[in-house]
Design a protein. Structure first.
Lengths: 249, 597
């Protein structure tokens, strides 16, 4: 049994990285092709190359960013917003990504209906840290807290001192853990309209139109049913749109 | 008390004295006039005639002579005293009700009165008497009803004007015996000019042809925007007058009577439009002759004042040149000629329009050195329509004293250009260019970036932490729990002793002695007993309590017996017996260790 686990571990450590490195090399080649196409104003080719990178399961903030730029230049603002948001989720402090996302949002709906960050999420730094960073920060403080308690145990610190240090580090851990949970919860339900759509009162093409969603409008998906999605706009208006209209982030 | 009396009573007495004797003090300002409440009336409809003496109240009733076409009845006097801005005015009116008894145009002749020996006479008043019931006929005749009661005129001081010049225009709305409400500001129709906003309208009374009108005067200005003949007006005012609702037949008769009609609003507002006659302006273009090289469009007559402060500065310190332009005319778009004197760094001028219509230019100059002795003259150009020519006002030069700053604090104008534009730079907007490098590419969900690594790290950490914690806790127990420490030590000592037994091969007595010592120490440590307390009898009971199996107990007794025989009875052990003894000892130790340690 021990030999089986050792073998599995070696496969995981060795075989998967080998296959992944091949995909990464191909992705780098495609990335160069995409940038060349973009410089030559062949935006459709740049889009194809960018999508090919993502189809290999390879990603980076720059890949999403360049793909979003290509979509923007080819007039598909919905896809542009989608990929800018994906890029921002990976690199939330990248100024170029934030600038282009802001500019495209203004182009899409004149800055209206952009999801606003709540005070709570701002406090938890979810706008400035990615979900992965928040996750590792939470783990870091958890580990620090544990290590501090252990050191105190070894060094025979006074219990009050151990509790105080552990409490402070524990608070940090809870802080980032909540940020991480909130970010992941947000990401799981966010979507962008990739085409113009009409949100209706019921999941039916005959239902009354409630409001319109422009291409690139950001919505929150509440429910899916029979090829329709129940979406909520940032002004809290809720309606039903066909599934194909939106794409999850 | 005396102070209170002197401070409060005396001014009151003085004021009363002024009021009482004012009739004589201001006798020089006496006038006498006649006014009627309406100049057009219907036969049989009464109106009011007032004979008013201004400037005194010390006068008896003024009798009215018999007037042809009217029956008159004295109603009574009314008086009014007012003190405004220390100006005392008083008047007394004698009111008569006049009832026309004949149709046609009639004249109320002048009425004479003697006041302090002087004779005063009113003007004649013309009254037009129409047929009975002609003027009052409900809402249908609202416009006819107000004709003669409401009129409007629009006047300007002159008709010749220059293009761009502000021409004052006065619009007067006359209202007599009409309840005009919701009066709008006048709208001056026409093209070729720009109408300015209206000031707060003035309200006063004016006697026109013997009829007292309430006058609302609107003051505005117009600025012609093209030359030639420009028709100004007509100007229009929208207002409303209350008119009686038409009679409605109500079969029930409940709401049809006058009481309920009056109670529930028997009047309704009816919109009326009053207009003033237009007039033509002769607009002339500004002459090209004499036009200065810099003319920003200031038209009117202006006074220009310039001040420079401070007069004594260090090089590099700012000097403010403030020009104030006042006068009648349009200054909204006025500018001063470019003012960049040599030896000074000049900032763009700040222009401020004050509420009183004046304009202030503030130009900040930075003298570059102590060689400068004066601020050069500054000019302002405008067109004077009364003279029909351009004027250039030159003020200065102004003497100043410039000192060199202390060493090390010399003036340096970093990044300053005196030829810089004054408009805000406009930037284009587009997306930021693509990135040249892909950054760290990774496969979604792989070992190093996905959740696996995180999970691995968490598990590893928890294991290490748990291990370290358990180790430390074990150490603590060893330090604090004596029986536990002995039990742990028993196992270790027993293993060590078993290994050492190989050194006694061939010496059965020593081996037996050592074996017995190992067993005694082990049992004493395991059961936390003194080493001397180990005997076959008590060990049986102890092992039975610990539920040690019977074969193990038998083996232990056998080992003890064998050791005792070898040590104390000098029985020599064969190699087989020695081997069995060691095996038994090993089994006993292992079994007790498994169950008790």
């Amino acid at each position: 049994m021990r030999k089986f686990f050792l073998l599995a571990f070696l496969i995981l450590m060795g075989v998967i990285p080998v296959s992944a490195s091949q995909d990464v090399k191909e992705a780098e080649t495609l990335f160069l092709q995409a940038t060349d196409a973009y410089r030559s104003a062949k935006y459709d080719e740049a889009v194809q190359a960018g999508e090919a990178i993502l189809s290999k399961g390879v990603e980076s903030p720059a890949v999403y960013y360049n793909l979003a730029n290509s979509y923007f230049k080819s007039g598909k603002t919905g896809k542009a917003v989608l990929n800018y948001i994906r890029a921002r989720d990976l690199a939330p402090r990248d100024a170029d990504i934030r600038a282009n996302l802001g500019f495209t949002r203004v182009m899409v709906s004149n800055g209206k209906f952009v999801p606003k960050s709540s005070c709570f999420s701002m406090m938890l730094l979810t706008d400035h840290l990615s979900a992965g960073e928040l996750k590792w920060l939470a783990f870091f403080f958890f580990a620090c807290g544990g290590a501090y308690v252990l050191v105190g145990y070894y060094m025979r610190f006074r219990s009050r001192r151990v509790m105080l240090g552990g409490f402070v580090l524990g608070l940090c851990w809870v802080f980032f853990l909540m940020g991480c949970i909130m970010k992941m919860a947000e990401n799981s339900s966010r979507a962008v309209c990739v085409s113009v759509a009409e949100a209706r009162f019921e999941p039916s093409a005959q239902a009354t139109v409630y409001f319109k969603l422009s291409e690139g409008a950001e919505v929150k998906i509440l429910k899916e049913k029979d090829g329709w999605q129940k979406v909520q706009r940032s002004d809290n208006k809720i309606g039903w749109v066909p599934l194909k209209v939106t794409e999850r982030i | 008390m005396k102070k209170i009396i002197s401070r409060t009573l005396c001014p009151c007495v003085l004021f009363a004295a002024i009021i009482l004797f004012s009739g004589t003090l201001l006798a020089d300002d006496i006038s006498f006039e006649a006014s009627v409440s309406a100049s057009k009336v219907a036969l049989g409809v009464p109106f009011r005639l007032s004979l008013t003496v201004h400037g005194t109240q010390d006068i008896a009733v003024v009798p009215l002579p018999t007037i042809e076409g009217f029956e008159s009845r004295y109603i009574g006097p009314s008086s009014q005293v007012s003190v405004v801005n220390n100006q005392y005015t008083a008047k007394k009116s004698f009111n008569y009700q006049m009832v026309p008894v004949k149709e046609g145009k009639w004249v109320i002749p002048p009425v004479e009165v003697q006041i302090k020996g002087a004779t005063y006479r009113t003007e004649t008043v013309l009254i037009e008497v129409g047929p009975a019931g002609a003027a009052v006929d409900g809402a249908k005749n609202a416009e006819a009803d107000i004709s003669g009661k409401i009129k409007m005129i629009m006047v300007s001081p002159r008709r010749d004007v220059y293009m761009g010049e502000t021409l004052p225009v006065v619009i007067k709305l006359y209202v007599n015996d009409a309840d005009l409400r919701d009066i709008s500001f006048p709208a001056i129709t026409g093209d070729g000019f720009m109408a300015l906003g209206f000031a707060q309208p003035k309200r006063y009374q004016e006697n026109v042809g013997g009829v007292v009108f309430q006058v609302i005067e609107f003051l505005t200005g117009v600025v012609p925007t093209r030359d030639g003949d420009v028709v100004l007006g007509p100007s229009i005012i929208e207002a409303a007058i209350p008119v009686k609702m038409e009679q409605v037949d109500d079969p029930s008769g409940v709401f049809g009577n006058d009481f309920f009609r009056g109670f529930f609003g028997g009047y309704q507002k009816r919109g009326v439009r009053v207009s003033a006659e237009p007039f033509v302006l002769n607009v002339r273009a500004l002459p090209e002759v004499g036009r200065p090289s810099f003319f920003s469009g200031a038209i009117g007559q202006f006074d220009v004042a310039v001040e420079v402060s401070p007069k004594e500065v260090k090089a590099g310190d700012p000097v403010t040149v403030r020009m104030t332009v006042k006068g009648g005319g349009d200054l909204k778009n006025a500018q001063i000629p470019p003012y960049k004197p040599d030896g000074f760094k000049a900032y763009d001028p700040q222009i401020k329009n004050n509420e009183d219509g004046s304009l202030v230019f503030e130009q900040v100059l930075i003298p570059s050195g102590s060689t400068l002795k004066e601020v050069p003259a500054i000019s302002f150009n405008y067109f004077d329509p009364s003279k029909g020519q351009y004027e250039t006002v030159l003020r200065g030069p102004f003497s100043i004293k410039v000192e060199d700053p202390p060493p090390g604090q010399e003036f340096k104008a970093v990044g300053f250009s005196s030829e810089g534009g004054n408009g805000a730079e406009r930037f284009g907007r587009d997306i930021v260019f693509i990135k040249d490098q892909p950054g760290v590419l990774h496969v979604k969900g792989d070992l190093w970036s996905g959740p696996w690594l995180f999970l691995l790290a968490v598990i590893l950490y928890l294991n290490i932490w748990g291990g370290l914690f358990a180790f430390r806790r074990h150490q603590f127990r060893l330090e604090s729990d004596g029986p536990f420490a002995r039990r742990i030590r028993a196992r270790q000592e027993a293993r060590k002793g078993m290994k050492a037994l190989t050194a006694y091969v061939g010496n059965s007595k020593s081996m037996a002695g050592e074996s017995r010592r190992i067993l005694d120490v082990f049992l004493a440590d395991v059961f936390d007993l003194p080493p001397g307390a180990i005997a076959t009898g008590n060990m049986k009971e102890l092992l039975a309590e610990q539920q040690i199996s019977l074969p193990t107990m038998e083996r232990m007794i056998r080992v003890m017996d064998t050791c005792n025989a070898a040590c104390f009875a000098s029985v020599s052990l064969s190699s087989e017996e020695s081997g069995r003894m060691i095996t038994d000892l090993n089994d006993v130790i292992n079994d007790i260790e498994r169950r008790c340690v």
